[in-house]
Design a protein around this ligand. Sequence first.
Ligand SMILES: [Zn+2]
Length: 159
Amino acid sequence: MSRRPSGTLESGWRGFVAQEFGTLAALDERDIAETVIDEPNRRLWRVVDAAYDRLIRTECGNKLSRGPVDCAACNLANGVRYVAIEIDQPGVPPGNEHALRVNVSVGRRPSGISWREVRERRLLLPWYGSHHSRCDQRGWAIVRCDLEIGSRHNESSRS
Ligand SMILES: [Zn+2]
């Protein structure tokens, strides 16, 4: 399975659709995506974000939540995406899932975030999904590279 975020979200979506509905046409998936975003608090964040990908806004022409800052629909979607459920994945440290989630959302909605933070979060994305990272309270990844470069990123940075 791919570690890339799109692969991560797609596998989450495929699992959700298969479990709840079986096999569906793309058109039906759009309808399901509409129902998912009606109650994002009842679904895993990966499913909600994948649902956003299936909903192109007429207001701005972008996938839901990825439009410009003056698109009200995208702003609303970005604001509510964090009500979705987050469950740590098996085999990775606690916090890894949150780190992945935050970095995916920043990458998709970089408006209002410094270019440096956006760049660094994008650079770190390939690390998620592996056992190499966890995150701090802000959702920043703490890459566990102490095996390679000593204790520069040590446990005290967890706070
Ligand atoms: Zn929009």
